[in-house]
Design a protein around this ligand. Structure first.
Ligand code: T4K
Length: 399
């Protein structure tokens, strides 16, 4: 890896890529082969592969202790967890949700047969606020689905207060949030329920996976009976059942990930500090700190690109980095209100979510997690620094 000095050194201009192998955007922490093999052999010997197996039970008990909640219900992925909650709570109606989120958040509402109502977020925290919720509020809303992003969180107290003033529940998409905490209290026990993702690109990964946390016994009973066709736990009547089961293989990997979580978060924090040093003096690049928490898992490394100052737009920077085998991502792009099918289904939101639109055009996520070293970060910082110096000349290779 040699430092770039001139325009000709950039891969877009015919130079060699900074990295010979792709550096993906994030996490991909996985247990060592020895531990993985032992865990799979154990499942193989037991011949019990799924349907509320012993590893799933152990995982749920550990997650309940970890999150400090009465119920942790492991599911196939976070999206199905969100669908199940929406479906458990309502047969029809509207749910208020930010447009600045992963499309799956809103799709879960639609999949449950409900309608999303999109609201904007705060420009500096990227989260909903009572004001942004209030601006989009409609009298027939049934609930608020808040989203906790990047290992940060909304201001839970003010959102709860707002929801209570309107007489509706709030639940959270905390897909990015495992291990983050506020005043020593981990995410997981806020609102009526929270949903976490254990996708491979999350700091606790089980390839696919997720979990619903709640302190509400009735909701938990509904969800445990909805998770699969024949139910589980206290038998209650449910609106519909699905297959949201977590397999034993997923549960085994999640358990090992949980053992390693502190170490992975500490590593992410060290990597984030390295980025802060590497990018501190690049004009037009601002690192966005996770907001609303005093301890963050640093799930994502988020930067805002100011095109006028940096010299290249966010999209051009993403293209330049990709040519260097640095797979930075534009989460989230486009805003959910502009994506299929919502842009045509609900055109009324197209000119209302101005902060979301601004964030969608300037944020970029840089690689962080298992496949990134501190030296890689110095090299990524170097590419961005030199690109900023030669931004004008690089434009022609990025049209
Ligand atoms: N709510 C929020 C706020 C979310 O961000 C998400 C998901 C959800 C809800 C829903 O959670 P899940 O239902 O997924 O549990 C990714 C992830 O698929 C998704 O989990 C995540 N958020 C979203 C923000 O990003 P993609 O399609 O952009 O990522 P993907 O799978 O292409 O992976 C990113 C990079 O990592 C690629 O360069 C390839 C590399 N990679 C990925 C995987 C999975 C690997 O090298 N190995 C791998 O095994 O969606």
């Amino acid at each position: 890896m040699t430092e770039k000095r001139s325009v000709a050194d950039f891969a877009v201009a015919g130079g060699s890529p900074q990295f010979s192998k792709i550096i993906p955007v994030g996490q991909l922490y996985f247990p060592s082969w020895d531990r993985y093999e032992a865990a799979m052999r154990d499942i193989f010997n037991r011949r019990y592969y799924t349907n509320h197996g012993p590893l799933l039970e152990r995982l749920e008990a550990r997650l309940e202790a970890f999150f400090g909640v009465r119920h942790a219900i492991a599911v196939t992925n976070a999206t199905i967890g969100l669908i199940m909650i929406a479906k458990a709570l309502f047969r029809s109606g509207k749910i208020l949700v930010p447009g600045f989120t992963f499309v799956g958040t809103a799709q879960a509402i639609s999949f449950a047969g409900l309608d999303p109502v999109f609201c904007d977020v705060d420009a500096s925290t990227h989260h909903v606020t009572p004001e942004s919720l209030d601006r989009a509020f409609e009298p027939d809303l049934r609930a608020i689905l808040g989203v906790n992003l990047w290992g940060g969180a909304v201001d839970f107290g003010s959102i709860q207060h707002f929801a209570e003033s309107k007489g509706i529940p709030v639940f959270y998409d905390s897909a990015h949030g495992i291990g983050s905490s506020i005043g020593g209290r981990r995410l997981g026990s806020f609102g009526l329920a929270e949903v976490f993702s254990f996708h491979a690109t999350k700091v606790l990964g089980s390839t696919e996976g997720g979990c619903i946390c709640t302190n509400d016994d009735d909701l938990a009973a509904l969800l445990r009976n909805m998770r699969c066709g024949y139910g589980m736990g206290r038998i209650v009547e449910v609106p519909v059942t699905t297959n949201g089961r977590m397999s034993e293989a997923q549960a085994a990997i999640a358990l090992m990930s949980l053992d390693d979580l502190d170490e992975h978060i500490a590593r992410n924090q060290a990597l984030a500090a390295r980025y802060a040093a590497a990018l501190s003096e690049v004009p037009g690049i601002e690192l966005c700190e996770p907001s609303g928490v005093d301890f963050s898992n640093r799930q994502y490394l988020v930067c805002a690109v100011d095109e006028d100052t940096f010299g290249l737009s966010r999209d051009r920077l993403a293209r330049l980095l990709k040519a260097e085998n640095i797979y930075a991502r534009r989460y989230f792009f486009p805003g959910v209100h502009r994506s299929v099918p919502y842009a045509t289904q609900y055109p009324q939101y197209l000119d209302r979510l101005t902060t979301t639109d601004a964030l969608c055009s300037k944020l970029i996520q840089l690689p962080i997690g298992a496949l990134v070293t501190e030296e890689d970060i110095d090299a990524i910082g170097g590419v961005i620094r030199v690109a900023s110096r030669h931004a004008h000349a690089l434009q022609r290779y990025l049209t």
